[in-house]
Design a binder for this molecule. Structure first.
Ligand code: CMC
Length: 377
């Protein structure tokens, strides 16, 4: 008993390495590696599908492999009709993340491989999930707006199809470029909370749909992927650039967190921020909304001056998605559309590690309470 109570608690599991991984490395001094490649060498130079391939096969594809992988993804984008019906019947008032969480779980009922847990079956399952999560998001958005969902087209790439299915128009070249970058930057990030949740589920030898469902529920929270939506609420609240200082001061005086700022691992600027800031600057320039960009830069400066913290991925990504015409309640679902590649790869890696993730706890409750039968309580 005493041995159990003497354990030290590592609050929030801070700095605890729970397993080995070869998928991504988050360097506290401000860099991020995907399977050994610095993201700065990838962003703007490769397609999102190449990153998804890299996570699954631990190497970059050649052109022939990429073409085959992309066409496999496109061919798997169609959802079972029961899932489409279920998406259409969800109440318009519930959050899109609730629908996504349920429908990924629902996909598990239609797994064509009947729950086989071989490596090959899991690789195929990963490809299906990477392909179908964006279709769920597009189907939900379109059905909420009483619009038809276009079918995936063979002559579009995977990301072009996602844009096409979401927007219903031919994919714009600039928007496609932005979406590739956004999806690459969101694809994986070490043992973040949702990835850890996926790995805990996978560590029990449960199936990949269950692991990804756990991850989606975890990403939803505003301390994790749900922060992006809150960032947009803050930006909407600050009506003018001139009001930034007063607004931020008010939040800090009330001991409130500034959404889209701070990070558990980075002690320097998040390496994704410079790419996202650049994307937002270009989009705002193109759309003549530079006052929005200026507002962001001012918030960044004010928060850093006061708290010495930097924006995280959610700050500028929120503005980029807004500029792409994505409504704020769909920001976190968009995040899932690419993070699913990381979750799937981590799930497979966890199966390979074959160890149950099960920490202990420090019991701080009572001992020896006298039992009282119910009729005497
Ligand atoms: N606004 C104001 N102060 C902050 C913030 C913030 N956003 N983030 C951290 N701090 C302060 C915090 O008050 C604390 O100060 P002190 O030492 O004086 O008490 C110090 O910085 C350490 O913060 P912490 O909350 O103990 O750090 P953590 O590692 O437990 O939390 C975090 C990390 C991301 C949960 C936190 O920074 C936060 O809540 N940020 C806002 C929500 C957000 O943007 N989440 C997205 C996270 S990154 C992308 C993703 O995973 O989706």
């Amino acid at each position: 008993m005493s041995e159990e109570t003497e354990r030290d608690v590592v609050r929030g599991l801070k700095d605890v390495a729970a397993a080995e991984t070869r998928i991504s490395y988050v360097n506290p001094s401000g860099s991020l590696y995907y399977v050994g490649y610095n993201i700065d060498d990838l962003v703007g130079r490769i397609y999102y599908a190449e990153v998804a391939y890299l996570f699954l096969y631990r190497r970059l594809p050649n052109q022939r492999e990429l073409d085959k992988f992309s066409s496999d993804l496109v061919s798997q984008m169609v959802l079972p009709s029961e899932v489409i019906e279920s998406i259409r019947s969800t109440p318009k008032t519930c959050h899109p993340m609730d629908v996504l969480r349920t429908e990924v779980s629902h996909l598990g009922e239609f797994d064509p491989e009947g729950g086989s847990q071989t490596m090959n079956a899991n690789m195929r399952r990963a490809i299906r999930l990477i392909a179908q999560v964006p279709t769920i998001v597009a189907t939900l958005y379109r059905s909420r707006n009483d619009l038809p969902v276009p079918r995936p087209k063979d002559d579009y790439t995977f990301v072009e199809n996602f844009l096409h299915m979401f927007k219903g128009t031919a994919p714009d070249r600039e928007e496609t470029k932005v979406l590739h970058r956004l999806m690459i930057l969101h694809a994986d990030h070490g043992f973040n909370a949702s990835t850890f949740a996926a790995r805990v589920t996978a560590s029990t030898n449960s199936d990949m749909y269950s692991a990804v469902t756990s991850a989606i529920g975890t990403l939803k929270g505003p301390l994790h992927g749900g922060a992006g939506e809150k960032v947009m609420e803050m930006l909407d609240d600050i009506d003018m650039e001139e009001h930034v200082e007063e607004y931020i001061q008010g939040l800090l005086d009330d001991n409130k967190k500034i959404m889209g700022f701070g990070h558990r691992v980075y002690r320097a600027e998040d390496p994704r921020t410079k790419h996202l800031r650049g994307i937002v600057e270009n989009l705002c320039h193109r759309q003549r909304t530079m006052s929005l960009y200026n507002k962001c830069v001012k918030i960044e400066k004010r928060v850093h001056d006061r708290k010495s913290i930097y924006p995280n991925v959610d700050f500028y990504a929120a503005v980029a998605m807004d500029a792409l015409g994505v409504p704020k309640e769909f920001f976190t679902p968009f995040f899932c559309c690419s993070r699913v590649s990381g979750w799937a790869a981590h799930t497979i890696e966890q199966y390979e590690d074959a160890v149950l993730l099960r920490p202990s706890s420090k019991y701080v409750g009572e001992f020896g309470r006298p039992f009282v039968p119910i009729e005497e309580r």
